[in-house]
Write a protein that binds this ligand. Structure first.
Ligand SMILES: Nc1ncnc2c1ncn2[C@@H]1O[C@H](COP(=O)(O)OP(=O)(O)OP(=O)(O)O)[C@@H](O)[C@H]1O
Ligand SMILES: O=C(O)[C@H](O)COP(=O)(O)O
Length: 394
């Protein structure tokens, strides 16, 4: 288990704290469409402020590639944060330099400032030591609460920790506790559900989880490469020809490790990739030529729901089908419902699975929904996250 210091282990009163958060939220026309990540950071921001720190928040937003981009300013985020916190947050138009130094110099204990998008500087993604030093010079303590960006070795997520005492925020601590416990000491049966589009993106996680789980349920686009490995015709379904051998080796590895690998036994197939395509349910070994599998079938969904219901720990990453289209959402919905109903502890690994659970109105019934997409995936691959490694050990 990862043992890192957190804000509970340090005295912050009267200190200037550079707190990296992940406020990379989706926006449309300048409006925030999902503020989950801002809400998730509130306990840390509140605690720091209430404990008398001067709180300097920093985040990236989008991928501005080292240049100022008017559409990626932190303005709307700062407004939403003020509303949610119920106190004024000053949003600056720079993240380093004289304007920032002046604003920071005038802060009182409990004040909260939000810096401009740190990715407006080229040095951020390059983990430039000069930029990291400039960030560090603003503060006495570094807090990283940006679990969603912990897989990035950037100036504000990693480099800065070379210059300041560095601890985790409450969100970071919780994410590491929950995901860490599931992987290190899960209550069993431990079931992982892996879906999503491609095998290529999930190789690491499937390989790692085969060492850990009792059941592995596969669905989504990636499952058709496994169907092919089983010798079935897959019609026009998404298949990565160059990963068929790998899929076969995973089937073998599951046998060696005593993992029950569950593959779809039926599929919802469509005449084309479209919301109003003609559809039918077929057995997995009878996908007709010219048709494509876009969801797991009802029999598969029932089997998966049954395994989930019998599990004590459930870890889910990636949808079971093209859940964005109603015609192909049932498999993902059924798995989401079973995950909501089970007595087991359910962890949703961020990204599209979190979006699916939200769409079905089941978020509240899950035990933990990670705020990290890429970060939680890398964690579930057993990789070290640079934003975590950089923090001080307990
Ligand atoms: N059978 C299928 N054929 C084609 N696409 C599919 C199929 N099943 C699911 N998908 C698509 O896969 C996409 C999600 O996969 P992807 O790997 O990008 O996300 P993810 O697994 O949730 O990862 P992240 O957590 O990083 O977002 C969804 O948009 C979904 O429509
Ligand atoms: O949205 C995310 O997954 C994180 O905020 C990281 O963003 P990035 O993929 O642009 O680094």
């Amino acid at each position: 288990m990862i043992r890192k210091k957190s804000i509970n282990d340090v005295d912050v009163r009267g200190k200037r704290v550079f707190c990296r958060v992940d406020f990379n939220v989706p926006q449309e026309g300048g409006q925030i469409t999902d503020d989950t990540r801002i809400r998730a950071a509130l306990p840390t921001v509140r605690k720091l402020s209430e404990d008398g720190a001067q709180v300097i928040l920093a985040s990236h937003l989008g991928r501005p590639k080292g240049k100022v981009n008017e559409e990626m300013r932190m303005t709307a985020v700062g407004q939403r944060l003020s509303e949610l916190l119920g106190r004024e947050v000053t949003t600056l138009r720079k993240s380093v330099g004289p304007e920032v130094e002046q604003a920071v110099g005038g802060m009182k204990n409990g004040d909260v400032i939000l810096l401009e998008n740190v990715r407006f500087h080229e040095g951020e993604e390059k983990n430039d030591p000069g930029l990291a030093k400039q960030f560090a010079a603003l503060a006495d303590l570094y807090v990283n609460d940006a679990f969603g960006a912990a897989h990035r070795a950037h100036a504000s997520t990693a480099g800065i920790a070379d210059h300041l005492p560095a601890v985790s925020g409450l969100l970071m601590e919780k994410e590491l506790d929950v995901l860490g416990k599931a992987l290190a000491d899960p209550e069993r049966p431990f079931t992982a559900i892996i879906g999503g589009a491609k095998v290529k993106d999930k190789i690491g996680v499937i390989d790692f989880l085969l060492e850990k789980v009792d059941h592995l349920l596969l669905g989504g686009g990636l499952s058709y490469t496994f169907s092919r490995a089983q010798g079935h015709d897959t019609g026009n379904s998404l298949v990565e020809e160059d990963k068929v051998d790998l899929a076969r080796s995973f089937i073998e590895k599951a046998k060696e490790k005593g993992v029950e690998l569950h593959l779809p036994v039926d599929a919802v197939v469509a005449s084309e990739f479209s919301a109003d395509a003609e559809t039918k349910v077929v057995s997995i070994d009878s996908i007709p030529a010219g048709w494509m599998g876009l969801d797991i079938g009802p029999q598969t969904a029932e089997e998966y729901a049954d395994v989930i219901g019998r599990s004590k720990t459930i870890l889910w990453n990636g949808p079971m089908g093209v859940f964005e289209m109603d015609a192909f959402a049932d498999g993902t919905r059924k798995v989401a419902e079973a995950s909501a109903e089970t007595d087991g502890y359910t962890i949703i690994g961020g990204g599209d699975s979190a979006a699916a659970v939200e769409k079905f109105g089941l978020s509240e019934q899950m035990d933990h929904i990670s705020t990290g997409g890429g970060a939680s995936l890398e964690f579930m691959e057993g990789k070290d996250l640079p934003g975590v490694s950089a923090l001080d050990d307990k």
